[in-house]
Ligand binder design. Structure first.
Ligand code: NDP
Ligand code: 2IT
Length: 445
């Protein structure tokens, strides 16, 4: 395999798909060496096949807003790879959603899901609809209109969507309701459902908690733990909230949270009580993070900025892709950060990753460290299939075990001659080998 040649071909074919090309490049660079030890992969053109989605659905979504005006959005589902299980992955509702963004996310999801140890293929979907500033009734009408099309493409053994940016319990509930009405079938076709109708306990917490379980494993390799560590967190949505919560439980001191307008810095640390305020603010009132600084006057709000120039021990990007550039990564290193664990998908630009690795930071790519969310989605599918629900402790213990297994796999495939663990390489090689072997066994399809 010649990574540069393959990338040149993809760049010529998809010149505008920046995020997709970025995600593919990272994986191909990581796997080149092991790929070249397997001539049978080359013969079966595994790389050429694995970088293309199985199929992409694009559809128009038309709905009526509270003023009676007709609104039109675009909906998508990218079914990327089903070598190891039914398509599985979230839906993102955000005004910036494009096919490139969903292709990168579906590609990443394929390897992430392989790492979870559960049988799930990779997918992603969503819309350029933004729930921000919309009423509950508008969100419901949009979700219902979206499902009029998406329903045709999903099913419990075919493709099981869940949440992502802009899609939480409220949106999943509306979409599941419409799916059920159209199909007359009560099945586990969505995960992240409400707990009264088949949702798993710990699914809301899973991505953030899982990220901290992974971080704990990383720190352990250097004889450290979270106690007393100062933590920078970006985002204030689902992943950020529960990463913050687990940090607090383990004795760390979260200092920041953010949204797309700016970040807050709380020199006294974010406590569980303050976090409860944030949950109410973001999940119920749908407010902005700047209101935190009005509620807690010791905190400072920085409009239009990201938290990466503050001094701390650990950084947890939990907002969105490409939110740490090279200059910000250098600032983190200069300020003494020892570990970066990604709650978001691809939050670090390639030059930022290089800086983390050159400086021997503990650095976990999202496809390893944020895999807890989709893992508990997999456990929700299991519970739905057996018509049972497991206790919080059962699910949480399972989640811990999965995160620890993913960590072990990264160590196995990513430890360098000098002892440094390259988690990017470890995660990419481990994920790739599983998907590639499954594709080989299933013939040229
Ligand atoms: P939410 O919608 O709950 O929260 C997203 C947060 O990130 C909000 O605070 C939002 O601010 C902020 N944000 C979104 N877009 C941008 C942007 N362009 N620039 C700056 N801030 C932004 O989403 P989640 O917490 O679920 O997702 C966060 C990240 O975690 C995403 O990368 C997602 O793919 C990833 N992830 C999520 C999983 C899950 O289970 N939910 C699982 C694994 C990964 P604002 O309100 O201003 O938009
Ligand atoms: O990026 C992700 O892993 C998710 N948004 C969760 C996907 C899922 O199916 O739970």
């Amino acid at each position: 395999m010649k990574t540069q040649e393959i990338m040149a071909r993809l760049q010529a074919k998809y010149p505008l798909e920046k995020e997709y090309l970025q995600a593919v490049q990272e994986v191909l660079e990581s796997i080149e060496e092991v790929y070249n030890q397997h001539p049978e992969f080359e013969k079966a053109k595994i790389v050429e096949r694995i970088v293309e989605p199985d199929r992409i659905f694009t559809f128009r979504v038309t709905w009526i807003d509270d003023n009676g005006d007709v609104q039109t959005n675009l909906g998508y589902r990218v079914q990327f790879n089903s070598a190891i299980g039914p398509y599985k992955g979230g839906l993102r509702f955000h005004k910036a959603v494009t096919p490139s963004m969903l292709k990168f996310l579906g590609f990443e999801q394929t390897f992430k899901n392989a790492l979870t140890t559960l049988p799930m293929g990779g997918a992603k979907g969503g819309s350029d609809f933004s729930p921000r500033g919309k009423s509950n009734a508008e969100v419901m009408r949009f979700c219902q209109a979206f499902m009029l099309e998406l329903t045709r493409h999903i099913g419990p053994e075919l493709d099981v969507p869940a949440g992502d940016i802009g899609v939480g319990g409220r949106e999943v509930g509306f979409m599941f309701g419409m799916y059920k009405k159209l199909t007359r079938d009560f099945s586990g076709t969505f995960t992240g459902k409400g707990r009264e109708f088949g949702g798993s306990l710990i699914r809301p917490e899973a991505t953030g908690y899982g990220n901290i379980y992974f971080l704990k494993e990383m720190l352990k390799t250097r004889g450290m733990d979270l106690k007393g560590k100062k933590v920078l967190i970006s985002g204030s949505g689902n992943v950020a909230q529960y990463a913050t919560e687990k940090c607090i439980q383990l004795g760390a001191i979260p200092l920041t949270l953010s949204d797309s307008d700016g970040y807050i810095y709380d020199p006294d640390g974010i406590t569980q009580e303050k976090l409860e305020y944030v949950k109410e603010l973001k999940n119920v009132e749908r407010g902005r993070i700047k209101e935190y600084a009005e509620e807690y006057p010791n905190a400072v709000y920085h409009a239009g900025e990201r938290p990466w120039h503050e001094k701390a021990d650990i950084a947890l990007p939990c907002a969105t892709q490409n939110e740490i550039n090279g200059e910000q990564a250098q600032a983190l290193v200069d300020n003494g950060v020892i570990a970066v664990a990604e709650g978001a998908n691809m939050p670090s630009l390639p030059e930022a990753i290089k800086i983390f690795q050159d400086n021997k930071l503990l650095y976990a790519p999202g496809k390893a460290s944020n895999a807890g969310g989709v893992s508990v989605s997999g456990l929700e599918m299991s519970q739905n299939s057996e018509r049972l629900s497991w206790t919080s402790k059962e699910v949480d213990d399972y989640l811990k075990r999965i995160m620890s297994d993913i960590h072990e796999n990264c160590v196995k495939y990513g430890t360098q001659a000098d002892g440094y663990i390259n988690y990017v390489k470890g995660a990419n090689v481990a994920g790739f080998m599983k998907v590639a072997n499954a594709m080989m066994a299933q013939g040229i399809v």
